[in-house]
Design a protein around this ligand. Structure first.
Ligand SMILES: [Zn+2]
Ligand SMILES: [Zn+2]
Length: 519
């Protein structure tokens, strides 16, 4: 039988199962009986099963939703059959840029769009027969819910875990908004896919960095696939090393580098600092090619961190007019600016050891810098560096030592001579937590000339998102709320004087990172 005959045959088949009738019958019965409602104070053992909330877009559910939500559906039904009182909630992660952008496109308010989209999703999910407990449904955009998102923010603020400071941020000129590293991977905006630039702004940060060690411990304990654990660890990016002070020849200026290989200090033949490094500004009178350096700095501004550190050819400019002194042997070595050194990681300055690091080696070859081996084992430094372990050579008091012994010896020597100290570094940074957009939780913060940032009293929460029909940021990149002067101008809760509200809003992660606690 060829394929066409087979299809004709299938078409003739009469399906005995009239799914339209059968499904409608049972779905009606489930609805009427509230069959999937978790019972409060039941005698049955409890089972709480939570799937990620839906982001209700205008397109409705797609096959990917069905693929991702069916496994938990199976578990929910299985556990009910096993006699458990199953709590299997459903909800909507509905703040954020996708909804806002869609609303702007449709010339509707994000609130209305969210309501419509939730209705579409609800209808489709019920038709699919998912056994969610619809009686507990809510959206992160409900004022009853975001009241508590704001409350959590206030607790973070009151405990110094949320703070505002000037920062260099990933900024999407198209969406006119600040993006986290997670939202701008590959140097493009996660939402509009246009390139992201570096900009200086006043940013609300959450103090994530302080929790690096706690999070690392938690990764060990959590029940997750090993490769996922590894990527979490890499994201936190812990490295144990040393901070070493280098001085600038003929000045009283010092600058600090972070290195995990202080044991190779004797092989350090040049320094690289980030284009944004303060040394450039502090010593600009001494730097003879300052225009060139500043032009390079300007270029770097338009690259993302990922572009800057990507493994392609490294660019850089030698700083003319100043040199550094290697603290272990007093040798004078050149200083470069290069954009692969990031100002946000470590100290924004590195020592380069070209004999034992491919990146430093390539750079040294390109700029004709000395290559001094300090580990035994290299065979041809004209061709390539030696990146393996080896006994220390050309290193004075470290000669003959292995890696661990040399690391300890050099750290002790640096500490004794007050030239450096042991230091743990993390790649993870504090989290930029504000967006210059409309569709998010307003910050419950008032800005007073006299009192600074003042929390809105808890009994006044929720601080409701005011209604508007203009959802575009202004030309300076301030969020749409800044145009609503009636809402912005207020009294300071502390001194009673005239004050203004914070006009940025929170990212959608604010509401979506805690709903698991809501039930
Ligand atoms: Zn964008
Ligand atoms: Zn005040």
């Amino acid at each position: 039988m060829d394929i066409n005959e087979q299809i004709a045959d299938i078409k003739k088949t009469e399906f005995k199962w009239d799914y339209e009738k059968v499904e409608a019958k049972w779905q009606k019965r489930w609805e009427e009986n509230q069959s999937f409602k978790a019972v409060d104070f039941s005698d049955k053992p409890k089972f709480y099963l939570l799937s990620e909330f839906f982001g209700p877009s205008g397109k409705g559910i797609h096959l990917g939703h069905v693929k991702c939500y069916t496994p938990t559906e199976i578990i929910a039904r299985f556990m009910r059959f096993k006699g458990y009182n199953v709590l299997y909630p459903v909800g909507w992660d509905a703040f954020g840029l996708p909804t806002e952008n869609y609303a702007i496109k449709m010339h509707k308010s994000p609130e209305l769009v969210t309501k419509d989209n939730i209705a579409i999703f609800t209808n489709q999910l019920k038709k699919m027969g998912y056994s969610f407990d619809w009686s507990r449904e809510f959206a992160t955009t409900d004022p009853d819910y975001y009241k508590w998102t704001q409350w959590i923010f206030l607790q973070l603020f009151k405990h110094g875990m949320a703070y505002k400071s000037k920062g260099e941020v990933n900024f999407c000129p198209t969406c006119k908004t600040v993006l986290s590293n997670e939202d701008s991977q590959g140097g493009v905006c996660d939402r509009c896919h246009n390139p992201v630039i570096k900009a200086e702004r006043n940013v609300w940060y959450l103090r994530m960095k302080d929790y690096s060690e706690k999070m690392l411990d938690a990764v060990d304990e959590i029940n997750m696939k090993p490769n996922l654990k590894e990527s979490q660890r890499n994201w936190i990016g812990k490295s144990v090393g040393a901070e070493v002070d280098f001085s600038v020849k003929g000045t009283d200026k010092k600058f600090t580098v972070f290195t995990t290989r202080a044991d190779t200090l004797f092989g350090s033949t040049f320094m690289v600092i980030s284009p944004e490094h303060e040394l450039v500004d502090e010593l600009q009178d001494k730097i003879t090619n300052i225009d060139e350096i500043k032009a390079y700095r300007e270029q770097a501004k338009h690259k993302s961190d990922i572009e800057r550190t990507a493994n392609k050819e490294k660019t850089g400019v030698k700083i003319q007019g100043i040199t550094a002194i290697n603290p272990v042997n007093q040798k004078e070595i050149p200083i470069f600016v290069a954009d692969y050194v990031l100002s946000g990681y470590g100290t924004g300055a590195i020592m380069a050891v070209p004999a034992h690091d491919q990146r430093d080696y390539d750079f040294a070859k390109k700029f004709g810098i000395d290559i001094i081996p300090v580990l035994e084992g290299g065979d041809n430094y004209d061709e390539h560096p030696y990146e393996d372990d080896g006994i220390h050579i050309n290193s004075d008091f470290l000669n003959g030592m292995g890696l661990e012994q040399a690391k300890q010896a050099i750290t002790a020597w640096l500490e004794k001579n007050k030239l450096g100290k042991e230091k743990v570094n993390y790649k993870m940074q504090d989290w930029p937590f504000n967006r210059q957009r409309y569709w998010g939780e307003p910050f419950p913060i008032v800005i007073c000339d006299k009192c600074g940032y003042v929390p809105v009293p808890e009994e006044e929460l929720p601080l409701r998102l005011p209604k508007t029909d203009d959802f575009t940021p202004d030309d300076t990149g301030n969020g749409p709320l800044s145009k609503l002067t009636d809402w912005v101008n207020c009294k300071c809760p502390k001194c009673g004087g005239n004050a203004k509200r914070e006009t940025d809003t929170m990212p959608n992660w604010a509401g979506s990172s805690w709903y698991w606690l809501r039930f």
